[in-house]
Design a protein around this ligand. Structure first.
Ligand code: FES
Length: 173
């Protein structure tokens, strides 16, 4: 039918627009001068490797404020009581998350009681022990978790991110 054909047409236009965007993105990636980092699972972005702290700086269940991958992206670095999903370090218990709510960017606060991140905006909640999984709320994605690496001296580096940080067209700007 005509209606069907029109829908196919719209689909084709959107596909072509998507294609143009992908080509532009590839071109931009080619001219970037940042050194390549070992971050295979991070959608072809060159994430910076930033030292956040040393293991000795962390106490269980007391989050430390951090910024990653740049100063406009606040987060927390957190040592939990046991090994968890995405946990780094010898005990697999160190995690880091963005604290910008994926719904509309309000600042999340950490609840030590149940190891969750909570939004004062519209009350979304995220589980710090399960990779930032949304427990409840309006967001349409889990909380971005930062990929961590701990070296032999106990220095903790962030080197990637699991999901798109709120308000960004790309995590690395
Ligand atoms: Fe966090 Fe709306 S901004 S739930």
């Amino acid at each position: 039918s005509n209606k069907c054909n029109r829908l196919v047409d719209v689909g084709r236009r959107q596909f072509m627009r998507g294609g143009a965007f992908a080509v532009a993105g590839a071109a931009a990636a080619t001219v970037t001068s940042a050194p390549a980092q070992a971050s295979p699972a991070n959608a072809q972005l060159d994430y910076p490797s930033n030292r956040l702290a040393n293991i000795a700086d962390l106490a269980v269940n007391e989050p430390m404020d951090i910024e990653y991958p740049d100063a406009d992206s606040p987060g927390i670095l957190l040592k939990l009581g046991e090994a968890v999903e995405g946990g780094a370090g010898p005990d697999g218990n160190i995690v880091a998350y963005s604290v910008l709510c994926p719904h509309k960017g309000w600042y999340l606060t950490y609840s030590a009681e149940d190891r969750s991140l909570n939004c004062p905006g519209h009350f979304s909640r995220f589980d710090a022990e399960v990779g930032g999984q949304q427990i409840w709320g309006h967001a349409t994605q889990n909380l971005p978790q930062f990929t961590l690496r701990v070296d032999a001296k106990g220095d903790i580096y962030a080197e990637g991110c699991s999901d798109l940080i709120f308000g960004r067209p790309s995590n690395v700007l």
